[in-house]
Design a protein around this ligand. Structure first.
Ligand code: MF3
Ligand code: CO
Length: 256
């Protein structure tokens, strides 16, 4: 990928702002009794209201605004009308296209209805905390002069350090003119290896991880990937612009 010029970066920022607001709205809707389908509709509305388009519509055969997975679901889940229940671990993945520029982001949360969490919920909370930390560890490495492997190794160290696994069959990616561009950004790899990073490159850094084995199986809907051992799946993803000394995060929903 070539670096984006300042005009292109401006459009990417606008696309990212739409994605951030949509993700924030989606996460606010992940509550007891709500459904993935409802969350998807909110995201669609939010993206259109801000003048954006659904990036996932550029994927042949896919017609939703989001991918939503629960518990042992890991990625590419089709939104359904199943109601969220107490203790569900829900991942929302969405992408926006704005004036032809794509941004991609995902976040995982726990559905909690009780005041005191049980043991499984506490373990899920820890699982999510580590996944988020791995994402920020990876983003810190997205600086001019580093290599893709620096991002990958940072993510892998945090996930495996906590006893979890990084999925091997799916990876982060360049993003911008299309949803998926070069280079691939695995969540596993060796420091100092891989494609060199340059200011202005736009990357979707993804932490795709499980609480057990990294092996995945494809569900009967032919979209959703589940963990083969039925352990939990988690997903944290942000689109960033590589910078000198610091990456600029375009999809930080916590700041909008
Ligand atoms: N958001 C996914 C990614 O991070 C892509 C989902 S494509 C879809 O690369 F068609 F399944 F929506
Ligand atoms: Co992605």
């Amino acid at each position: 990928m070539r670096a984006r010029n300042s005009y292109e970066q401006k459009l990417m920022r606008q696309s990212g702002l739409i994605a951030s607001k949509a993700l924030k709205a989606a996460l606010g809707k992940v509550k007891l009794g709500a459904t993935g389908f409802e969350v998807d509709k909110i995201v669609e509305k939010e993206i259109y209201a801000q003048g954006g388009d659904l990036s996932y519509k550029t994927v042949p055969g896919y017609k939703y605004a989001t991918c939503i997975t629960v518990n042992e679901g890991v990625v590419h889940g089709i939104p359904t009308d199943r109601k969220f229940v107490d203790g569900d671990l829900v991942s929302i993945d969405l992408a926006v296209m704005y004036k032809g520029w794509h941004t991609d982001c995902a976040w995982s949360v726990l559905v909690s209805g009780q005041e005191t969490e049980n043991k499984e919920q506490l373990e899920k909370t820890k699982f999510l905390k580590i996944g988020e930390a791995a994402l920020w560890d990876g983003i810190v490495q997205a600086v001019d002069g580093n290599r893709v492997g620096d991002i990958s190794a940072a993510i892998q160290a945090r996930i495996e350090g906590a006893g979890y696994s990084v999925v091997r069959s799916l990876v982060g990616h360049g993003v911008g003119r299309s949803l998926h561009e070069d280079p691939k950004i695995p969540g596993f790899g060796a420091k100092g290896k891989g494609v060199g990073l340059e200011s202005g490159m736009t990357l979707a850094i993804e932490v795709i991880f499980t609480s057990g084995s990294p092996e995945l199986v494809l569900g009967s809907d032919r979209w959703t990937y589940y963990t083969a051992d039925r352990s939990w799946g988690g997903l944290f993803e942000m689109t960033v612009i590589v910078g000198k000394g610091k990456a600029e995060v375009l999809t930080d929903w916590r700041k909008v």
